[in-house]
Design a protein around this ligand. Structure first.
Ligand code: AMP
Length: 219
Protein backbone atom coordinates (compact mmCIF):
# COMPACT_ATOMS: atom_id res chain seq x y z
CA UNK A 1 0.00 0.00 0.00
CA UNK A 2 1.40 3.39 -0.93
CA UNK A 3 2.04 5.56 2.11
CA UNK A 4 0.41 8.96 2.30
CA UNK A 5 2.64 11.90 1.37
CA UNK A 6 3.94 13.80 4.36
CA UNK A 7 1.87 16.83 5.31
CA UNK A 8 3.65 20.09 6.18
CA UNK A 9 1.59 22.74 7.93
CA UNK A 10 2.17 26.03 9.71
CA UNK A 11 -0.12 27.78 12.16
CA UNK A 12 0.19 31.55 12.54
CA UNK A 13 -1.35 33.99 14.97
CA UNK A 14 -0.15 36.64 17.38
CA UNK A 15 1.05 35.60 20.83
CA UNK A 16 -2.04 34.68 22.85
CA UNK A 17 -4.24 34.01 19.81
CA UNK A 18 -4.81 30.43 20.97
CA UNK A 19 -2.42 28.92 18.46
CA UNK A 20 -0.85 26.71 21.15
CA UNK A 21 -4.24 25.19 21.99
CA UNK A 22 -5.34 24.82 18.36
CA UNK A 23 -1.94 23.28 17.50
CA UNK A 24 -2.35 20.66 20.22
CA UNK A 25 -5.82 19.79 18.96
CA UNK A 26 -4.59 19.50 15.37
CA UNK A 27 -1.70 17.29 16.48
CA UNK A 28 -4.07 15.01 18.41
CA UNK A 29 -6.89 14.88 15.85
CA UNK A 30 -4.72 14.38 12.78
CA UNK A 31 -1.59 12.76 14.20
CA UNK A 32 0.82 15.53 13.25
CA UNK A 33 4.04 16.14 15.16
CA UNK A 34 3.97 19.60 16.63
CA UNK A 35 6.92 21.93 16.85
CA UNK A 36 6.58 25.26 18.64
CA UNK A 37 9.50 27.68 18.32
CA UNK A 38 8.53 29.37 21.61
CA UNK A 39 8.62 25.99 23.38
CA UNK A 40 11.96 25.08 21.83
CA UNK A 41 13.37 28.42 23.01
CA UNK A 42 11.94 28.08 26.52
CA UNK A 43 13.33 24.52 26.80
CA UNK A 44 16.76 25.94 25.88
CA UNK A 45 16.38 28.70 28.45
CA UNK A 46 15.40 26.18 31.16
CA UNK A 47 18.33 23.99 30.14
CA UNK A 48 20.74 26.97 30.34
CA UNK A 49 22.09 26.31 26.85
CA UNK A 50 24.16 28.91 25.02
CA UNK A 51 21.39 29.59 22.50
CA UNK A 52 18.92 29.74 25.41
CA UNK A 53 20.71 32.55 27.21
CA UNK A 54 21.15 34.47 23.96
CA UNK A 55 17.45 34.04 23.14
CA UNK A 56 16.36 35.08 26.64
CA UNK A 57 17.95 38.51 26.27
CA UNK A 58 15.68 39.18 23.27
CA UNK A 59 12.52 37.48 24.56
CA UNK A 60 12.58 39.38 27.88
CA UNK A 61 12.58 42.66 25.95
CA UNK A 62 9.66 41.59 23.76
CA UNK A 63 11.95 41.30 20.74
CA UNK A 64 12.21 38.53 18.17
CA UNK A 65 15.22 36.26 18.36
CA UNK A 66 17.57 36.97 15.38
CA UNK A 67 16.66 35.10 12.17
CA UNK A 68 19.92 33.15 11.89
CA UNK A 69 19.71 31.92 15.49
CA UNK A 70 16.08 30.73 15.37
CA UNK A 71 16.35 29.32 11.84
CA UNK A 72 19.35 27.16 12.67
CA UNK A 73 17.64 25.92 15.82
CA UNK A 74 14.29 25.05 14.20
CA UNK A 75 15.72 23.46 11.05
CA UNK A 76 17.78 21.22 13.31
CA UNK A 77 14.66 20.24 15.26
CA UNK A 78 12.73 19.57 12.03
CA UNK A 79 15.47 17.23 10.86
CA UNK A 80 14.68 15.06 13.87
CA UNK A 81 11.02 14.67 12.85
CA UNK A 82 11.63 14.62 9.10
CA UNK A 83 9.87 11.26 8.57
CA UNK A 84 6.57 12.48 10.08
CA UNK A 85 3.86 14.91 9.05
CA UNK A 86 4.23 18.02 11.14
CA UNK A 87 2.73 21.30 12.22
CA UNK A 88 4.93 24.28 12.93
CA UNK A 89 3.85 26.88 15.46
CA UNK A 90 5.61 30.23 15.82
CA UNK A 91 8.14 29.74 13.03
CA UNK A 92 8.62 31.29 10.49
CA UNK A 93 7.81 34.75 11.84
CA UNK A 94 9.75 36.76 9.23
CA UNK A 95 10.19 36.53 5.44
CA UNK A 96 13.89 35.55 5.68
CA UNK A 97 12.87 32.69 8.01
CA UNK A 98 10.12 31.64 5.54
CA UNK A 99 12.60 31.71 2.66
CA UNK A 100 15.11 29.57 4.52
CA UNK A 101 12.40 27.07 5.47
CA UNK A 102 11.14 26.93 1.87
CA UNK A 103 14.58 25.90 0.63
CA UNK A 104 14.18 22.65 2.56
CA UNK A 105 10.45 22.10 3.15
CA UNK A 106 7.46 23.26 1.05
CA UNK A 107 4.38 23.87 3.20
CA UNK A 108 1.00 22.40 2.19
CA UNK A 109 -1.09 24.84 4.19
CA UNK A 110 -0.77 27.87 6.48
CA UNK A 111 -3.51 28.35 9.06
CA UNK A 112 -3.84 31.93 10.28
CA UNK A 113 -5.80 32.64 13.47
CA UNK A 114 -7.21 36.16 13.43
CA UNK A 115 -8.14 37.41 16.91
CA UNK A 116 -8.71 41.09 17.90
CA UNK A 117 -5.76 42.69 19.73
CA UNK A 118 -7.85 43.75 22.75
CA UNK A 119 -8.96 40.15 23.31
CA UNK A 120 -5.35 39.00 23.13
CA UNK A 121 -4.05 41.64 25.49
CA UNK A 122 -6.63 40.69 28.09
CA UNK A 123 -5.74 37.01 27.74
CA UNK A 124 -1.97 37.39 27.93
CA UNK A 125 -1.81 39.64 30.94
CA UNK A 126 -3.95 37.15 32.88
CA UNK A 127 -1.55 34.23 32.22
CA UNK A 128 0.58 32.96 35.14
CA UNK A 129 2.99 30.06 35.15
CA UNK A 130 4.69 27.67 37.53
CA UNK A 131 8.36 28.21 36.61
CA UNK A 132 9.55 24.72 37.65
CA UNK A 133 7.19 22.77 35.36
CA UNK A 134 5.98 25.35 32.84
CA UNK A 135 2.37 24.68 33.98
CA UNK A 136 0.13 27.50 32.75
CA UNK A 137 -2.82 29.11 34.53
CA UNK A 138 -5.15 31.88 33.44
CA UNK A 139 -6.66 34.06 36.15
CA UNK A 140 -9.89 34.30 34.15
CA UNK A 141 -10.43 30.91 32.51
CA UNK A 142 -8.24 28.45 34.42
CA UNK A 143 -7.32 29.93 37.81
CA UNK A 144 -5.27 28.02 40.40
CA UNK A 145 -7.18 26.80 43.49
CA UNK A 146 -5.30 29.41 45.58
CA UNK A 147 -4.42 32.73 43.93
CA UNK A 148 -0.72 32.90 42.98
CA UNK A 149 0.03 29.29 44.02
CA UNK A 150 0.67 26.20 41.88
CA UNK A 151 -2.00 23.50 42.47
CA UNK A 152 0.42 20.56 42.44
CA UNK A 153 3.52 21.83 44.25
CA UNK A 154 2.20 24.73 46.37
CA UNK A 155 5.01 26.89 44.94
CA UNK A 156 4.47 30.52 43.89
CA UNK A 157 3.36 31.33 40.33
CA UNK A 158 5.06 34.03 38.27
CA UNK A 159 4.14 36.10 35.26
CA UNK A 160 6.43 35.49 32.28
CA UNK A 161 8.45 38.66 31.65
CA UNK A 162 7.04 38.69 28.13
CA UNK A 163 3.43 38.51 29.47
CA UNK A 164 3.74 41.77 31.44
CA UNK A 165 1.47 44.48 29.97
CA UNK A 166 4.24 46.78 28.70
CA UNK A 167 6.05 43.88 27.01
CA UNK A 168 2.81 42.50 25.55
CA UNK A 169 2.21 45.76 23.67
CA UNK A 170 5.73 45.60 22.21
CA UNK A 171 5.28 41.94 21.24
CA UNK A 172 2.00 42.64 19.46
CA UNK A 173 3.51 45.58 17.57
CA UNK A 174 6.54 43.52 16.58
CA UNK A 175 4.25 40.70 15.51
CA UNK A 176 2.11 42.99 13.33
CA UNK A 177 5.05 44.67 11.64
CA UNK A 178 7.08 41.58 10.99
CA UNK A 179 4.50 38.93 10.19
CA UNK A 180 2.29 40.78 7.71
CA UNK A 181 4.89 40.19 4.98
CA UNK A 182 5.01 36.50 5.96
CA UNK A 183 1.24 36.24 5.56
CA UNK A 184 1.56 37.91 2.16
CA UNK A 185 4.36 35.52 1.24
CA UNK A 186 2.06 32.54 1.85
CA UNK A 187 -1.05 34.25 0.45
CA UNK A 188 0.84 34.77 -2.79
CA UNK A 189 1.58 31.07 -2.87
CA UNK A 190 -2.14 30.32 -2.45
CA UNK A 191 -1.76 28.29 0.73
CA UNK A 192 -3.02 30.77 3.37
CA UNK A 193 -6.29 29.95 5.19
CA UNK A 194 -7.61 32.59 7.63
CA UNK A 195 -9.85 31.68 10.61
CA UNK A 196 -11.34 34.64 12.54
CA UNK A 197 -12.96 34.86 15.98
CA UNK A 198 -12.57 35.79 19.64
CA UNK A 199 -12.93 32.29 21.14
CA UNK A 200 -10.71 29.32 20.45
CA UNK A 201 -13.58 26.86 20.91
CA UNK A 202 -15.55 28.58 18.18
CA UNK A 203 -12.61 28.82 15.77
CA UNK A 204 -11.57 25.19 16.25
CA UNK A 205 -14.51 23.44 14.46
CA UNK A 206 -13.74 25.44 11.31
CA UNK A 207 -10.06 24.48 11.43
CA UNK A 208 -11.02 20.87 12.02
CA UNK A 209 -13.47 20.84 9.10
CA UNK A 210 -10.86 22.40 6.82
CA UNK A 211 -8.12 19.89 7.70
CA UNK A 212 -10.56 16.95 7.54
CA UNK A 213 -10.76 17.55 3.80
CA UNK A 214 -6.98 17.10 3.51
CA UNK A 215 -6.10 14.54 6.18
CA UNK A 216 -7.62 11.44 7.78
CA UNK A 217 -9.20 12.16 11.19
CA UNK A 218 -7.86 10.07 14.08
CA UNK A 219 -10.20 11.27 16.82
P1 AMP B 1 5.88 32.36 21.52
O1 AMP B 1 5.72 31.40 22.65
O2 AMP B 1 5.71 31.73 20.16
O3 AMP B 1 5.06 33.61 21.67
O4 AMP B 1 7.41 32.83 21.55
C1 AMP B 1 7.93 33.53 22.65
C2 AMP B 1 9.04 34.43 22.20
O5 AMP B 1 10.09 33.66 21.57
C3 AMP B 1 8.66 35.46 21.14
O6 AMP B 1 8.09 36.62 21.69
C4 AMP B 1 10.00 35.73 20.47
O7 AMP B 1 10.79 36.60 21.24
C5 AMP B 1 10.67 34.36 20.48
N1 AMP B 1 10.37 33.62 19.23
C6 AMP B 1 9.59 32.52 19.06
N2 AMP B 1 9.55 32.13 17.78
C7 AMP B 1 10.34 33.00 17.09
C8 AMP B 1 10.69 33.15 15.72
N3 AMP B 1 10.23 32.33 14.77
N4 AMP B 1 11.53 34.17 15.40
C9 AMP B 1 12.02 34.99 16.32
N5 AMP B 1 11.70 34.94 17.61
C10 AMP B 1 10.87 33.94 18.02
Amino acid sequence: MASRPLFRALIMGPPGSGKGTVSERIAKSFGLKQLSSGEVLRANIRGHTEVGSLAKSFIDKGKLVPDNVITRLILQELKNIDQYSWLLDGFPRTVPQAEELHKIYQLDTVIKLKVPFETIKERLTSRWIHPGSGRVYNTKFNPPAVTGIDDLTGEPLVQRDDDKPETVTLRLQAYEELTQPVLEYYRNRGILEVFSGTETNKIWPHVHAFLSKKLPVLC
